[in-house]
Design a protein around this ligand. Structure first.
Ligand SMILES: Cc1cc2nc3c(=O)[nH]c(=O)nc-3n(C[C@H](O)[C@H](O)[C@H](O)COP(=O)(O)OP(=O)(O)OC[C@H]3O[C@@H](n4cnc5c(N)ncnc54)[C@H](O)[C@@H]3O)c2cc1C
Length: 483
């Protein structure tokens, strides 16, 4: 039984300079590592606790037999020059600039991705394409007053039912594992661009064979995989006196009259107790709530306001061939295909394969722990994927050299309708401790890419050390488009 001091009286650290405080960072993904590194640079004491054997979280790179795979292929892009500069300073000459080429498999053909309307219609018969255009135009009238509550509402209002059913619904439902009418509209508005009405009409009336050039943009990519970012941060943290415990799981986070008592369990079963002046949590919100003593009402909050995360299964396949495609990513929205997206690491950096004789595919299968795919054996997953890829002419069984399966929990915060209210309740509850900070994508339940995570930590540093700002020019940007 834990005896608690009154935590509400307890959190004012005004008497101690922040730079003399001990920060415990929960989670060694990108958010936790960036936070630890920036705190150490300011002279703070830092202890970081990471559950996995290695740091990096979702941003780590899996490496085996000379093949390297990110969890789903991580490009780096930011509209914020200070974030880009921060990364350049960290990785120096290890940062490549890579062209982005992506396609989506629709009606047995590959078309440019992000979807360019009206080009994407060209894979359908003129009649079906016309139906989609009519549905798009009529939505402008019939859906005008419709309120945007769900993802479905948002898309149907702007694109019409036919385009929604053909392009948006199948892939979105595959990614999230829930019906589009259960997904909050706010997610769509963050991720989808609106096509020009004029272009849609023009192409419908006078289809041209010349499609506009594929929208090729560029992104940054670390030469030996995205995991070079967490690795560089880890190195600096250790060099500057940070304490880093991997294979160590948070058990308890007990608010005290001054700071917190953190209990963590190492891999060998032994426990360690650490006193923290401030805690930065980047782990799933539900784990944090579980770790706070029930006497403080944490379990009631968890029961009433559980936030849902989506998991992912990654199949990494090394192939006995030089190239599958020139794509950065390829999207497969068809419901009967168990995979949703592939990426070919060699197209991003030659160092992702052991020699030019080989290539590889990182295959994303969107599945959560309670679903059948998650529970299939690795061999069953490989067999199913290869059988389906063979059917569509993507790869053959004889191409497969080696394979590995990685099951990754807590990959995406799910924006269910009503999640904002739950998140507000959780944040209100945790907000009673002013020296407990939620940060990052997983820890603050905010769908962000890595650049957004870095900006999020910059802003936390601004709050903690107002007089020693890192210059941040804009609020955390959620860059990238649909998915
Ligand atoms: C498939 C996929 C593709 C993506 N593609 C891109 C991309 O192209 N570009 C891009 O910029 N971003 C991309 N992202 C997003 C990017 O990965 C994230 O924004 C970023 O890695 C999130 O970092 P984080 O530290 O907030 O969370 P996480 O990486 O989830 O870190 C949380 C850490 O906490 C640890 N942890 C959990 N529970 C405990 C516990 N009880 N005790 C101790 N430790 C614990 C975890 O092991 C993990 O290391 C992608 C994400 C996914 C899933």
């Amino acid at each position: 039984m834990i005896t608690l001091e009154d935590p509400r009286k307890a959190t004012n650290q005004a008497m101690i300079e922040p730079t003399q405080q001990h920060f415990v960072v929960l989670g060694g993904g990108l958010a936790g590592l960036v936070a630890a590194r920036e705190l150490l640079r300011k002279g703070c004491r830092v202890t970081l606790i990471e559950k996995n054997a290695e740091v990096g979280g979702l941003a780590r790179t899996f490496e085996q037999d000379g093949f390297r795979f990110d969890i789903g292929g991580h490009r780096f892009h930011s509209n914020n020059p200070s974030v880009v500069q921060w990364l350049k300073d960290l990785l120096k000459t290890d940062l490549l600039v890579v062209p982005r080429i992506s396609h989506i498999y629709l009606n047995k053909k590959f078309v440019d991705y992000p979807i360019q309307f009206p080009d994407a219609l060209s894979v359908f018969s003129p009649f079906k394409a016309m139906q989609m255009v009519v549905s798009y135009l009529s939505a402008k009238v019939t859906e005008r007053g419709r309120q945007d509550i769900s993802f479905e509402d948002w898309v149907v209002k702007r694109y019409g039912k036919a385009l929604y059913r053909t392009f948006f619904q199948p892939y979105t439902e595959k990614v999230w594992g829930i019906a589009c009418d259960q997904l909050a509209a706010s997610w769509a508005s963050q991720r989808i661009g609106i096509p020009s009405l004029l272009r849609v009409i023009k192409q419908a009336v006078q289809p041209t064979k010349d499609t506009p050039a594929t929208a090729i943009s560029q992104f940054y990519y670390p030469r030996a995989g995205f995991g070079m970012i967490p690795q560089a941060l880890e190195k600096e943290i250790l060099q500057t006196g940070g304490i880093l415990h991997t294979s160590t799981t948070l058990l308890e986070c007990v608010p005290l009259s001054s700071g917190f008592r953190i209990t963590a369990q190492h891999e060998d079963g032994t426990c360690q107790t650490i006193q923290a002046d401030q805690v930065i949590s980047t782990i799933p919100v539900n784990y944090l709530l579980q770790s706070i003593p029930a006497e403080l009402g944490s379990q009631e909050i968890l029961r009433n306001y559980t936030l849902e995360y989506r998991d992912i299964v990654c199949l990494f396949v090394a192939l006995n061939r030089k190239q599958v495609s020139t794509d950065s990513w390829t999207y497969f929205p068809l419901r009967n295909l168990i995979f949703g997206r592939t990426h070919e690491p060699k197209n991003w950096s030659a160092e992702m394969v052991p020699s030019d004789d080989y290539t590889s595919l990182a295959i994303e299968i969107f599945s959560s722990r309670n679903e059948p795919i998650w529970n299939m054996t690795d061999d069953e997953i490989l067999a199913k994927v290869v059988e389906q890829m063979d059917e569509i002419g993507w790869i053959q069984k004889s191409d497969v050299h080696k394979s590995w399966v990685l099951r990754v929990p807590y990959a995406y915060p799910v924006y269910h309708i009503g999640y904002q209210e739950k998140l507000r309740a959780v944040k209100n509850y945790l907000g009673q401790w002013e020296n407990l900070h939620l940060a990052g994508r997983t820890g603050s339940f905010h769908y962000m890419n890595s650049d957004g995570v870095i900006e999020d930590i910059f802003q936390l540093m601004e709050t903690l050390f107002p007089e020693k700002n890192i210059e941040v020019k804009s609020l955390a940007s959620v860059t990238g488009r649909w998915m």
